[in-house]
Design a binder for this molecule. Structure first.
Ligand code: G3P
Ligand code: MG
Length: 343
């Protein structure tokens, strides 16, 4: 009958659309729920007129915890299932680097949690700055090293170790120590501490950053510096000390590599949900940060929705990186407008 035809057309249209959600400033603020976030997920997970699941993945520049820990935390706040198979944080694509480097320095994050992340990604030999400070405290002259930190560190003679690459996974908790150690390694002979290379370029080990955000909104009234600012600092120091530019690789939004990775995750999530591994035609990215979410989504040819619950506080649309689908009060307005258009 006609009613049935309309119904199956709508189901087909629903299977041809998907949402990509930024997390901070769209669904939650840190540990605090944005209520429209829960409402949207309830709807997309089947509480809708069609009674079907509309695919969605999460793409965040957040970092510092294993994927499983972060998705469990999110599921609890949003009161909806969140699978690691539909979840990408800034360092998730860096998993692929485990194939290329055996011994790596992993920088940033709380305590030793980024060591855990790197272990899970399959890196075989993981060094964190605290391991180096525990071996030789004079490497970071102003560092106060607690007994607790010392107890969990893994010192060894780093003059005998070749660190093959530097991975900044998350925000540095101690710029002075981390910058000193990174600079020592970048200027060393093939990642061996205690050496200084004659030629700064030919023996230099590569450095990777998990994302490039300059600023991060926090409970402080003025946004705090983030990994991008840390990187700019390192680049300037490196140039001043060696006279050459520092080559580096940056992951995270708005880098193309991250959007490509998200596309693959989306395709396999479509398969998990609808039994068909293909990219839906109508992908909607919902974000709060024009300089990462929106610019990246626009470049990648997605429909972009900018919400007013996070970083963006401007007028009608962002002037530099306008959202192509529109600006919305919150994620519920964005998602229901997109659904109205498609279904
Ligand atoms: O800047 C790091 C993080 O807080 C951003 O998270 O979810 O807005 O990409 P998200
Ligand atoms: Mg955000």
């Amino acid at each position: 009958s006609r009613v049935q035809d309309v119904f199956s057309e709508k189901v087909a249209a629903a299977k041809n659309m998907a949402f990509v959600f930024d997390i901070d400033g769209v669904l939650v603020h840190g540990d605090r729920l944005i209520p429209e976030g829960q409402r949207v997920l309830d709807m997309l997970n089947g509480n809708n007129q069609l009674g079907i699941k509309i695919p969605h993945i999460f793409l965040t520049n957040g970092s510092g915890k294993p994927e499983a820990a972060r998705t469990q935390q999110l599921a609890r706040i949003l009161k909806n299932p969140v699978s690691t198979e539909q979840f990408i944080q800034s360092h998730t694509p860096m998993r692929a680097l485990a194939e290329y480097y055996k011994t790596v320095l992993v920088v940033g994050g709380e305590g030793y949690r980024c060591r855990e992340v790197a272990e899970e990604y399959g890196f075989q030999d993981i060094v964190v700055p605290n391991d180096i400070v525990a071996w030789d405290p004079s490497i970071a002259p102003y560092r106060v090293f607690t007994e607790e930190e010392k107890a969990s560190s893994r010192p060894r003679d780093f003059t005998q170790v070749e660190i093959e690459a530097i991975m900044v996974f998350s925000d540095s908790r101690d710029y002075a120590t981390d910058m000193q150690i990174i600079m020592d390694l970048l200027r060393s002979r093939r990642g061996r501490l205690g050496t200084v290379a004659d030629d700064p370029v030919s023996e230099r080990i590569p450095i990777y950053f998990s994302q490039g955000d300059m600023l991060c909104p926090t409970e402080h009234p003025i946004p705090r510096m983030s990994q991008g600012a840390f990187r700019i600092g390192l680049e300037a120091m490196y140039k001043a000390l060696t006279g050459v530019d520092l080559e580096r690789v940056v992951y995270g939004k708005p880098e193309l590599a991250t959007y490509k990775y998200a596309d693959e995750v989306l395709a396999s999530w479509m398969d998990a949900l609808h039994g068909e591994e293909r990219i839906p035609q109508n992908v909607y990215m919902v974000g709060d940060n024009p300089a990462s979410d929106i610019v990246g989504g626009n470049m990648y040819g997605w429909n972009t929705c900018l919400v007013r619950t996070g970083v963006f506080q401007g007028g009608e649309n962002d002037e530099e990186n306008p959202a192509n689908f529109g600006v919305f009060a919150n994620v519920w307005e964005a998602v229901t407008t997109a659904c109205k258009k498609q279904l």
